[in-house]
Design a protein around this ligand. Structure first.
Ligand code: PLP
Length: 393
């Protein structure tokens, strides 16, 4: 069967592919340490699980409104108000099947064939594919390592054409862990307002910030920028709820209505039970969110110091999320490989450490290591990389 042109150039997620390969080696009896995963290693807090069980026992196992339960929207609205002092109406919120699906639905409703979306590199693997699936054209702007992988207003300005529809801002960033400051966001926002470009602000790592760094949403800067922005967020990373699949979008009513209409013909609604669990996640104690954040911060500080001691690795210290994104070009060369992709493959085969090549994120000289795993395993993995380098050099 000939598949549709739409999916002909679709590349599977690099991160999921590496995780699958590591699992395969593990199943074959190899002692592999996987640092590829993009999900917290903690279990979902118990009170959230209890709320889902209660919802099931009470019969909340039926269709819900396509855009999400009214009570959940109310909790999301409360969260926006308390955390970011942003006011939204229920008609400006849609609950989706994870933040990934919120983004997917958004691009489907805003892009026509040939519309351009500016994607700063390094980028999260799904942005370009989602834009292309909606008929859009990704336009890459390079966030330089010397500028903490962030794009400048000048770079943004020069990437704009008549077809530019939107720009994606992901702060804290996957894969770099970098955070845009309020001033940086204000400067980028000014350009977006001038050219009427929609800002897609992916804030899924909002709660995971370290060393005193603060997350600011571009929508907080001014009412005009709030109008111009669709915020994407969810509970996958903050509450360790990746499998529950709940994310959401907030912003312009027309866009949210179109997304809700589309959802009514695709998913019908996000899982009812997961929505009840998310109500509990937001209405209950946030202590576990902070405990997880502290655990990530501790790991980051320990393994960052160890990683930069390994010959050939240099790394801008991440400020948020749970990834290190070192430059490994020199390490690959020192170990005798042509490029970082080959180096990463050898590391998995020989040292049994799974990390993700930066090529999947539009940054082929870098690699991504997730520290969403125990400190013990992280230290073991870093030791293996160090020994691998010593043997090869
Ligand atoms: N946005 C970014 C930057 C991510 O890293 C991820 C998950 O890896 C998502 C969105 C999707 O999150 P969700 O699990 O809510 O779909």
């Amino acid at each position: 069967m000939k598949l549709a042109k739409r999916v002909a150039s679709l590349t599977p997620s690099t991160t999921l592919a590496i995780t699958a390969k590591a699992k395969e080696l593990k199943a074959a009896g190899h002692d592999v340490i996987g640092l590829g995963a993009g999900e917290p290693d903690f279990n979902t807090p118990q009170h959230i699980i209890d709320a889902a069980v209660k919802a099931m026992n009470e019969g909340h196992t039926k269709y819900t409104p396509s855009g999400g339960l009214a009570d959940l929207k109310a909790e999301i609205i409360k969260k926006f108000k308390e955390d970011q002092n942003l006011g939204y109406e229920p008609s400006e919120i849609i609950v989706c099947v994870g933040a990934k699906h919120a983004l997917y639905t958004l691009f489907q409703v805003i892009l026509d064939e040939g519309d351009e979306v500016i994607i700063p590199t390094p980028y999260w693997v799904s942005y370009p594919e989602q834009v292309k699936l909606a008929g859009g054209v990704p336009v890459y702007v390079e966030g330089l390592e010397e500028n903490e992988f962030k794009i400048t207003p000048e770079q943004l300005q020069s990437a704009i054409t008549e077809r530019t529809k939107a720009v994606i801002i992901n702060s804290p960033s996957n894969p770099t862990g970098m955070i845009y400051t309020k001033e940086e966001l204000a400067a980028l926002g000014e350009i977006c307002l001038k050219h009427d470009i929609l800002i897609v602000s992916d804030e899924i790592y909002e709660k995971l910030v370290y060393d005193g760094h603060k997350h600011v949403s571009i929508a907080q800067i001014s009412p005009e920028l709030k109008e111009q922005t669709i915020i994407i967020n969810g509970v996958s990373k903050s509450h360790s709820m990746t499998g529950w699949r709940i994310g959401y979008a907030a912003g312009n009513k027309e866009i949210i209505r179109a997304m809700t209409d589309l959802a009514s013909h695709s998913t019908s609604n996000p899982t009812s039970i997961a929505q009840y669990a998310t109500i509990a996640a937001y209405s209950g104690s946030q202590e576990t969110v902070e405990e997880m954040r502290q655990a990530f911060e501790q790991r980051l500080n320990i393994i960052y110091e160890k990683l930069i001691q390994i010959p050939g690795f240099s790394c801008v210290k991440p400020q948020g999320a749970f990834y290190l994104f070192p430059n490994a070009k020199e390490a690959a060369a020192l170990a005798g490989y042509h490029n970082v992709d080959e180096f990463v493959a050898a590391l998995l085969e020989e040292a049994k450490v799974a990390i993700v090549p930066g090529s999947g994120f539009g940054a082929p000289d870098n690699v991504r290591l997730s520290y969403a795993t125990s400190l013990e395993l992280l230290e073991k993995a870093i030791e293996r990389i160090k020994q691998f380098m010593e043997q090869k050099m």
